[in-house]
Design a protein around this ligand. Structure first.
Ligand code: ADP
Ligand code: MG
Length: 729
């Protein structure tokens, strides 16, 4: 007997690593080969145009339309030299992916022929008919147009035969319909606010940039096994499947030797990523079997976001070449770790100061403390919003589970920084606060030892941890666009820094010395934001109780968490910083709720289908075999003996009947529940209904399917099992 499952398992087992040819030359020679870097701009653009373009990139000034044609021309020349025939405006709509529509570099020449053409107009702005992108009701159909506009701070690049131009995407009426527009506004807000605060310490600072270094976790599954799992194919996760007898309990996968087929995939991916200018650096196995991680060197936030989006699509493509499928879903398998995307985040100035790194002098350390404490204030006041910024139907499976950040945002600082803040808080006498020292952070106070802040102090359970020179926002989902979290975080900090400056200035205007005014406000902040600091075990029930007492957001329902975006203080913050207005926020929430509903809806359909046409027929077939066997035993043996011998099988027959009955009844109930939910017109209410009623039913049905998987003859079971999905590579 051989079913599809056996065939795909056998094929997967026999697969050999695809050989990957490294490009000639060292990585620094092919790094950025397909990116229109400054060096290439210099080469392909007239000197005057080059100067104007780089000036507008560096200083965030709008590009002069008069030079657009020349820029476009140089770009086209460079791209066609690489074999490109098409171009596309590449943007980041409110889905998880990117969007692109390819056009060829051709125009009528007016004489019945074609000529190669790419004008400045086409580079700078387009009107994709994008009426089917999620917009949360911002666009009526009669004004379905959206504009995509080039963001010159994101370099253009070539993928295959297409020149990709990173753009923002806005509606006819000017509202953002994407992630990039508000991200750029948030980065500009934090730049302005942080520069102003820097001026207390360093008047020469002109610009502050936010940095982002993401760490991308993912699973790989053999493509044959993947194709035999309709749930993986359609929803990105397994909706059923009993845990394998061996899972991750031996912890033998983490940092272990990378399997050959996987190593070939990684090598290929890294080469292609480097060619696209993504500075990938780290690779390793993750905790779960078949789970891996990849991280680049951190970059300016906007670029890092682009690069992550680009990398995710590259991963999907390269995985196919190696006979794998990459799973970016936050929780593809029950009972094993999910995948996240740690967002390492910090701020730096144009003068080379890293604002989240302790310094050597008193002033440097006060500046460091200023930025740390303001960040804590921002995270404290907007902890609910930050959670909303990382929440989704898929990431909801991961948060609060026993391997990922808890569904409560708190911040871990480590013992040393904690001591420093405690000390600052407790000492009323200003003259005690003399921060100095040659190495790292030293407090010149007798009772406190020299402090060297380093990376060794770790708390893996903290969603927002300080790790020496940056904060690590660990709650971001593996599939998410980092922009969403980065918009919330940078905006919250921008808003907070503006408040800080105004409080300090008020004191200064009253005659307080600058340093003492800063210290006074900081001290008050340290007290105020204390509830956000937590160094203990984030998984414990005590913490949940404690966090609620502290007033932190403890909501766990995804649709309700989204409400944080529409709280008056959130709207005020986004509006004050100019990042988003109420209308944009409302529209985004409509999209979030709608997306949530759709994901659960699809899962419910897929589970229902699989239950009815895969699981129940197999279970019934096996049950019939058992019944057959019971009857035959009766024919063969005297009744007493036959009853005895068939006792266990009769029990099994009954057990199967109970499971199949449950599944049958509950699949029907699931369909009915969906009908009720689908009638709800309010997107928020509908999402709540899907969360409260439908999502739990999926789990209940799954429980019985997983039980059947344990009982039913392995030969009959058609869906690849966890042991195959997780251990074949
Ligand atoms: P770990 O797994 O120990 O957290 P990794 O090396 O996997 O560390 O990833 C750390 C990430 O943090 C990398 O992308 C790295 O470039 C980034 N990073 C390091 N320093 C900073 C910083 N100051 N600001 C932002 N990101 C940083
Ligand atoms: Mg990390």
């Amino acid at each position: 007997m051989s079913n599809l499952r056996f065939k795909v398992v056998e094929t997967a087992f026999k697969k050999k690593a695809v050989s990957v040819e490294a490009p000639s030359g060292r990585p620094d020679e092919y790094f950025g080969k397909y990116v229109f870097t400054r060096q290439k701009m210099f080469q392909y653009l007239p000197p005057k145009v080059y100067t104007q373009l780089t000036n507008s990139i560096d200083n965030g000034i709008a590009l002069d339309r008069n030079i657009a044609d020349e820029v476009a021309n140089g770009m086209k020349k460079w791209a066609t030299d690489l074999g490109a025939t098409h171009y596309t405006h590449w943007f980041q709509p409110l889905t998880e992916g990117t969007a692109e529509k390819h056009d060829a570099f051709i125009e009528h020449d007016g004489k019945g022929g074609m000529l190669e053409e790419f004008s400045g107009k086409l580079l700078v702005q387009q009107e994709p008919d994008a009426s089917s992108f999620p917009n949360g009701g911002i666009r009526n159909t009669f004004e379905a147009r959206g504009y995509s506009a080039w963001d010159p701070s994101s370099p253009v690049f070539v993928v295959d035969d297409t020149l990709c131009i990173p753009t923002i995407f806005i509606s006819y009426t000017g509202e953002a319909l994407d992630y990039k527009a508000p991200l750029l506004r948030a980065l500009s807000a934090v730049n302005k606010a942080a520069v102003d605060v820097c001026h207390y310490f360093n008047p020469e600072v002109k610009k502050v940039v936010a940095y982002l270094g993401w760490e991308q976790e993912y699973f790989l599954v053999d493509e044959g096994l993947y194709a035999a799992r309709p749930d993986l194919l359609l929803t990105g996760r397994t909706l059923m499947g009993h845990e394998a007898s061996k899972s991750q309990q031996l912890e033998d996968h983490y940092f272990g030797a990378i399997p050959e087929r996987v190593a070939a995939f990684m090598k290929d991916l890294e080469i292609q990523a480097l060619e696209l200018g993504i500075p990938v650096k780290t690779r390793h196995n993750e905790v779960a079997p078949n789970q891996f991680e990849l991280a680049p060197i951190y970059e300016e936030c906007n670029l890092a976001v682009n690069h992550n989006m680009l990398l995710m699509s590259l991963m999907r493509k390269v995985a196919r070449k190696h006979g794998f499928r990459v799973l970016l879903h936050e929780k593809p398998f029950k009972g094993v770790n999910g995948s996240g995307k740690h967002n390492n985040w910090s701020l730096g100035t144009d003068t080379g100061i890293m604002l989240m790194s302790p310094g050597k002098t008193v002033e440097e350390n006060l500046r460091f403390i200023t930025f740390i404490v303001n960040t804590l204030m921002a995270v404290y006041h907007h902890n609910g919003l930050l959670k909303a910024s990382i929440m989704s139907a898929t990431n909801a499976h991961r948060l609060g589970a026993n391997e990922a950040p808890p569904a409560i945002i708190s911040s871990f600082l480590g013992t040393q920084l904690t001591q420093v803040l405690n000390h600052l808080e407790e000492n009323a006498e200003e003259n005690l606060i003399t921060l100095s020292g040659k190495h790292g952070m030293k407090l010149d106070i007798p009772q406190i030892p020299e402090l060297l802040i380093d990376n060794t102090d770790r708390n893996r359970t903290s969603p927002f941890a300080f790790t020496g020179n940056r904060f690590e926002f660990r709650a971001v989902g593996s599939e998410a666009n980092c922009a969403c979290a980065m918009i919330a975080l940078n905006t919250a900090l921008a808003d907070q820094l503006v408040k800080f400056k105004s409080e300090v200035d008020t004191l200064i205007n009253k005659g307080e010395a600058k340093i003492s005014a800063i210290v006074k406000v900081i001290r008050q902040y340290i007290k105020e934001c204390k509830p956000i600091r937590f160094d203990g075990n984030g998984y414990s029930d005590e913490w949940k109780a404690e966090a609620a007492k502290r007033g932190l957001d403890c909501e766990t329902s995804c649709p309700l968490i989204f409400d944080n975006y529409l709280k008056p203080e959130t709207i005020a913050m986004f509006e004050a910083t100019g990042v988003m207005n109420r209308k944009e926020l409302e529209a985004r929430n409509e999209v979030k709720w709608e997306m949530y509903t759709k994901k659960i809806q699809i899962e419910a359909r897929v589970l229902g289908d699989l239950a009815l046409n895969h699981i129940l027929p197999i279970a019934t077939e096996y049950q019939s075999k058992l019944i057959d066997n019971v009857y035959k035993l009766k024919e063969l043996f005297p009744t007493d003996k036959a009853v005895l011998l068939s006792r266990e099988n009769v029990k099994l027959i009954e057990e199967i009947a109970e499971h199949t009955l449950f599944i049958n009844e509950h699949v029907s109930a699931l369909i009915e529940a969906r009908k009720v939910a689908n009638k709800i017109t309010n997107e928020r209410q509908k999402a709540i209904e899907y969360h409260d009623k439908i999502a739990p039913m999926l789990e209940e049905i799954r429980y019985h399917i997983d039980k059947l998987e344990l009982i039913v003859d392995d030969q009959l079971w058609t869906l690849p099992k966890y042991r195959e999905l997780l251990f074949i590579r």
